[in-house]
Design a protein around this ligand. Structure first.
Ligand code: NDP
Length: 309
């Protein structure tokens, strides 16, 4: 029998309680699962930062924390957390991101806005290049970036990817390391950022980097707000260096009313919906990971606390 604390919002608890109980039963794990367990009895925590738990010191027999979110920047530097932290890598989350990214890349690639927004009765044809002639850069080749890049590669896009360490992925020209970023940016007509928010990635797309892109490039950011220097992006949009940006994540969320992104004609704002953690599949993923560790197997997707992701 293990005791698992669910620490997230009450709405999340309503959505997760049943699938989590079913998933632990399927794993053959007897569990006491709740939102209000005595800290000193808790073995595992299933966690999202919006549950308000920030001090892990009372959890004296805690074995690990399974995050419900893929992004862990709000917990990774918490000094009171001394046990392993696993991030969420889940088929439902991945598939959702693939669909969102492919949809927004195709919007740009096909120039869909020109047709969708046309109401002037003009019969104007515009012919996009075939995908094989459209260089797309995926910054971040982790669980989500790789799946998105593979889906775009399957549509024949000229796919380039960038990561910290070396990667080999069929159909994708892979680059790694800071000194290769300018190369990949110099040809990319569409850039997608699926990097974590860490000290090393903060303001990665600053004015200098945005200026390396071909004029008129388009940017899609479902990663994290701090990856982009907001003021530099607005300047690049105003000058036409960046033709359009689709932003799902922001330094402050919800994006404050009155923020220039809301009204900029060349920005699409989406409210951090690129991919939600889906309770049914995420509950299975969380229960399976905790069950693995209970059976003595290594916990999967453990965050490197030094790297911050
Ligand atoms: P992973 O940890 O699996 O992958 C991260 C990728 O970023 C890896 O390829 C990693 O390189 C690369 N990376 C990290 N730091 C650097 C660096 N300094 N320079 C170059 N590359 C770097 O993360 P996921 O793919 O699962 O998720 C990515 C991000 O997506 C999350 O951190 C989160 O912020 C965001 N997200 C957004 C959602 C939304 O709805 N908008 C939903 C879910 C996630 P390497 O391969 O060498 O380790």
């Amino acid at each position: 029998m293990i005791n698992v604390l669910f620490s997230a919002t009450p709405e999340a608890w309503s959505a997760y309680a049943k699938p989590l109980r079913a998933a632990f039963a399927q794993e053959g794990i007897e569990v006491t699962l709740g939102t209000d367990l005595a800290p000193e009895t808790v073995d595992w925590i299933i966690y999202a930062p919006n549950g308000g738990l920030h001090d892990f010191t009372p959890f004296t027999r805690l074995k690990g924390v399974q995050s419900l979110w893929a992004g862990v920047e709000q917990i990774v530097e918490n000094p009171t957390l001394t046990v392993p932290l696993a991030r969420m890598v889940d088929p439902g989350l991945t598939q959702g991101m693939v669909e969102w990214v492919v949809g927004h890349v195709l919007r740009y690639h096909l120039g869909m806005d020109a047709d969708i927004l046309r109401t002037d009765g003009e019969w104007v044809k515009h012919l996009p290049p075939l995908a094989q002639h459209r260089p797309v850069a995926m910054l971040g080749l982790g669980a989500l970036g790789t799946a998105c890049a593979q889906a775009l590669s399957a549509l024949n896009f000229d796919m380039h990817g960038w990561s910290r360490s070396a990667r080999q992925i069929d159909g994708i020209t892979c680059h790694h390391g800071d000194d290769r970023l300018d190369d990949i940016l110099s040809t990319a007509q569409i850039v997608v950022t699926l990097l974590p928010s860490t000290p090393a990635t903060e303001n990665l797309l600053n004015g200098d980097r945005l200026s390396r892109l071909p004029r008129g490039a388009m940017l899609i950011n479902p990663g994290r707000g701090p990856l982009i220097d907001d003021e530099a992006l607005i300047a690049a949009l105003d000058s036409g260096q960046i033709a359009h940006a689709t932003l799902d994540v922001f330094r402050t969320e919800p994006l404050p009313r009155g923020h220039p992104f809301w009204t900029h004609p060349n920005v699409t704002v989406t409210p951090h919906i690129a991919s939600e953690t889906r309770p049914d599949s995420a509950a299975r993923t969380a229960a399976q990971n905790i069950a693995r560790a209970q059976r003595g197997q290594p916990l999967q997707h453990v965050v490197d606390r030094k790297l911050g992701y």
